[in-house]
Design a protein around this ligand. Sequence first.
Ligand SMILES: C[S@@+](CC[C@H](N)C(=O)[O-])C[C@H]1O[C@@H](n2cnc3c(N)ncnc32)[C@H](O)[C@@H]1O
Length: 197
Amino acid sequence: MGELITLDYTSPAMVRRLQRVHQELIIKAFKSKVVPILRIIDATAGYGVDGLLLAQAGYQVTLIEKRPAVAKALQTSHQAGLLHPDTQAACQRMTCLLADSFDYLSTCDQVDAIYLDPMFSTQEKNRLGPRKMQLIHQTLEDTETENYAGLLALAQKKAKHWVVVKRPRKAPPIGEMKPHSQILGRTIRFDRYIPLT
Ligand SMILES: C[S@@+](CC[C@H](N)C(=O)[O-])C[C@H]1O[C@@H](n2cnc3c(N)ncnc32)[C@H](O)[C@@H]1O
């Protein structure tokens, strides 16, 4: 295992983002006027930035990360966030677990919504600066090998209301599975799927 790289949830830039969380596209993607969304599973947690944004918006978020080095970094950032006044409340709504989401989702109870953020596409990687590239380095290896279409299908069985998938704006949907609706940003989009009943 290499050097542990963590993200500082309490950095001024992150805190500014948290203060304006309702402008974040991801929050718009989970919003629903018709169904109550309280609990979300972030099944591809990574360093937990998206999970933290969701928690800041008031959701209870369970973050699942399968790579031990990344899960350790996630838990370290989370612990530090619990001690800081600007991030404490959000971090208290987060539970960070080391697990494979195929296993976790197979055995857990149904949850209001599930979030998937697959690996960055080559196009997206090229747009990232060196610092961010360093941060995500440990998560890149399985870009091509993870069965995200399978994970999406499983998530559709476990979500009561939504499965939300982050994609580069121009990338095809996961496994060519047509979403129910899309929230479009400048470089990314969120594909929303309804449950399979
Ligand atoms: C693009 S990163 C997610 C970034 C994250 N949304 C953030 O804001 O930091 C995808 C992460 O999903 C994890 N992952 C992929 N498949 C997984 C699975 N089956 N179970 C749990 N984690 C998984 C990878 O190890 C990687 O860390």
